[in-house]
Write a protein that binds this ligand. Structure first.
Ligand code: NDP
Length: 295
């Protein structure tokens, strides 16, 4: 392997250490511990693991959490009532509804019901709009993780051609929105990219991905990005998490792409740990805003 490994696990630990200090300082000044409320509908085992990890990560850095498990057949009305209750609860600063929801529930209406000031996933239309206008309240967790991975590894984004494959509302679209901004709240040269956003209807994908200085894959297809799709020397960020027979793999064929890229994220241990870390950062931001201590 010739590419530099962009180690998300170690970076996540570093940033969590910084957040723990901030949480402690906030407590010293205000006697308030940030609190994240999580809602899980149904019994999906993967979702259970995600929630457990998020709550454990909170606890480690001095953020409290509250968990509300709901039955798989819960009505939309009951779920919306619970969200209203958490919206009104002054001791709760962040609200997270674990996705995906069962099919009978209206996901968009549920996410729209969360108070935008407590919307730590940054899915609410108000927060999507603020991000798009370059004045984010919260940065979306996975896109923010990608940008932190690049920025803290000294990889400049400004002026680069970034090709993002995948246009979901959770990853691709908000990531493109962050990267095209004139200024980044993450740090100098962490935005101002020229962005190409690709999807399943994109024609001649390889011709586009091969133009990327930075290639970001958020597709959900195991090892979809092959070496032939990557320009030698490009930086490759793999958001994908796919479970196959031999374990977890990303959207990038790691072994062959690592031979030609200049830097690459592993799966697992790349973007994943940073996603949870950015959720912690948003919960801290929400707590500060709600107690009137805007940083
Ligand atoms: P979605 O399924 O919502 O979106 C996938 C995107 O990939 C769509 O825009 C789709 O295009 C595009 N796509 C699919 N096939 C192709 C193709 N053949 N050529 C080009 N584009 C294609 O997935 P998510 O964005 O939610 O997740 C993507 C991956 O990232 C998954 O593996 C997921 O598990 C992982 N993930 C990882 C996270 C982390 O913390 N590391 C967090 C969130 C997700 P179209 O829009 O046209 O359908």
């Amino acid at each position: 392997m010739t590419a530099r490994l962009l180690d998300g696990k170690t970076l996540a630990e570093t940033i969590r250490g910084e957040l723990a200090v901030e949480a402690e300082r906030l407590f010293a000044r205000t006697s308030v511990r940030p609190c994240l409320a999580t809602i899980l509908v149904g019994d999906d085992p993967a979702s259970h693991v995600y929630i457990r990890n998020k709550r454990a990560a909170c606890e480690k850095i001095g953020i409290t959490s509250r968990h509300l498990p709901l039955a798989a057949d819960v009505s939309a009305a009951r779920l919306l009532t619970e969200i209203e209750r958490l919206n009104a609860d002054r001791e709760v600063h962040g609200i997270l509804v674990q996705l995906p929801l069962p099919e009978h529930l209206p996901t968009q209406a549920v996410l729209d019901a969360i108070d935008p000031r407590k919307d730590v996933d940054a899915f609410h239309p108000t927060n999507v709009g603020l991000l798009s206008q370059g004045r984010p309240r919260f940065l979306p967790c996975t896109p923010h993780g990608c940008v932190q991975l690049l920025h803290r590894n000294g990889i400049e984004i400004a002026g680069k051609h970034v090709v993002v494959v995948g246009r979901s509302d959770i990853v691709g679209k908000p990531l493109a929105s962050m990267l095209i901004q004139k200024h980044s709240t993450v740090g100098p040269n962490a935005a101002d990219a020229t962005v190409t956003l690709c999807h399943s209807r994109t024609r001649d994908l390889t011709q586009l991905t091969r133009q990327a200085d930075i290639l970001i894959a958020a597709i959900g297809r195991p090892e979809f990005i092959r070496a032939a799709m990557v320009r030698p020397g490009a930086v490759v960020v793999d958001v994908g998490i796919n479970r196959i027979d031999r374990g977890l793999v990303g959207d990038v064929a790691f072994d062959e792409v690592a031979e030609i890229a200049s830097a690459i994220t592993p799966v697992p241990g790349g973007v994943g740990p940073l996603t949870v870390t950015m959720l912690l950062a948003n919960t801290l931001t929400a707590a500060r805003e709600i107690i009137g201590e805007v940083a």
